[in-house]
Design a protein around this ligand. Structure first.
Ligand SMILES: [Zn+2]
Length: 365
């Protein structure tokens, strides 16, 4: 069905500083993706749509009104009292209060609503600032204040889709999205994430509730990921016969991410997303986590390159390499920045042995 041109959803708001210092998300991600795409000549104005912030009336279709009000108040005053901090988990190290927080979080929700509206019209839609998959009804969680994937899915339902499949490839369990739709038979969720990592949920599947989880051992390589994808994800897709897809493509599952120990190349993930797009369903592709600015930028820029059918250069142009060389990250030592992260777009694949535990995980699913 998607036959219209692919679309990229973004906003200038993401160029503003966010999260404050000493936070893993205090790195340039979204602006860097757009800048790199412009250097490559891969993003033109016909493919770009500016998102609009979600209104309070829209936000309360999932989040509690008291939480939305509390976040607005904290945003306007710059203050969170102890009770609100504990209740809503805002103003903590994990989910800090920073200027423009409410506008930014609402913009992300608005972007995911717009993405779903355009996807059902036949576009494949890429919204890399989306993917705040840990947000809960009445509190922030895991750097997420709202939960924009939930809104993408709710919009698909409103638009008449009734078998929506959410596939989460971020290194962390998509707990907020799973929880939101456990009692909704029209929505199924599937999350591939690293076992024994925060938030420590997603250890088992609940087919009765339409929730599938593949918690993988640390160090998963491209060979293992491909096996899981071919033997668990695609067969599930065939069984469920979804009529719309929402994908969460957090970049923290890539090798080199400082907050997880998955060892995937960007190529194996692009291939996986390509095979999902090939199903010709309304498809929204969101971002998510990702704490290595070099691997995040290459993954998401390359994702758009794949979606929009670009020819990948062997080496990046000199201005792109200079740009990447100037990026900084407190969590990664200078000597650990690999030259390939600065000079290429596509990783050399990371094949490896197929461990029995991964094989049995796929078969059990
Ligand atoms: Zn993550």
């Amino acid at each position: 069905m998607p036959n219209a041109a692919p679309l990229y959803i973004g906003s200038e708001i993401y160029r503003q500083p966010a999260f404050g210092t000493n936070h893993p998300l205090n790195i340039v991600r979204h602006a860097a993706v757009i800048d790199l795409l412009q250097m490559l000549g891969w993003l033109n104005e016909n493919s770009f749509r500016e998102s609009q912030p979600a209104s309070v009336d829209q936000l309360v279709e999932f989040h509690s009104r008291t939480y939305v009000r509390a976040l607005q108040y904290a945003n306007a005053t710059g203050l969170v009292d102890k009770e609100a901090r504990e209740r809503y988990q805002v103003g903590t190290f994990e989910n800090p209060l920073f200027p423009g927080l409410f506008e930014r979080a609402s913009m992300t929700v608005g972007g995911s609503i717009l993405s779903a509206e355009l996807a059902v019209k036949g576009h494949v839609v890429f919204h890399p600032t989306g993917g705040t998959h840990h947000g809960k009804v009445d509190r922030a969680s895991g750097f997420c204040y709202f939960n924009d994937p939930v809104f993408a899915i709710l919009t698909m339902l409103k638009e008449g889709r009734d078998r929506v499949l959410y596939i989460d490839l971020d290194a962390h369990h998509g707990d907020g999205v799973e929880e939101a739709f456990l009692d909704e038979p029209r929505v199924s969720t599937l999350s591939i994430h690293e076992a024994e990592r925060w938030p420590f949920s997603g250890t088992t599947s609940r087919p009765d509730a339409g929730a599938w989880n593949l918690a993988v051992a640390p160090g998963i390589n491209d060979t293992e990921f491909e096996f899981l994808f071919d033997h668990a994800v695609l067969p599930l897709l065939d069984r469920l016969q979804p009529d719309a897809l929402v994908l969460c493509c957090g970049a923290d599952c890539l090798a080199g991410d400082p907050l997880s120990k998955m060892e995937l190349s960007n190529v194996v993930l692009w291939d996986a997303v390509d095979s999902l797009i090939a199903r010709q369903l309304p498809t929204v592709i969101l971002g998510g986590g990702g704490y290595n600015p070099w691997t995040v930028t290459r993954y998401w820029a390359g994702m758009w390159g794949r979606i929009s059918g670009q020819a990948f250069p062997e080496r990046l142009p000199a201005d792109a390499t200079d740009y990447l060389r100037n990026m900084e990250c407190d969590l990664i030592d200078d000597e650990d920045v690999e030259e390939a992260w600065l000079t290429t777009m596509a990783d050399t694949p990371y094949p490896g042995p197929l461990r029995d535990e991964i094989r049995s995980l796929a078969i059990a699913a």
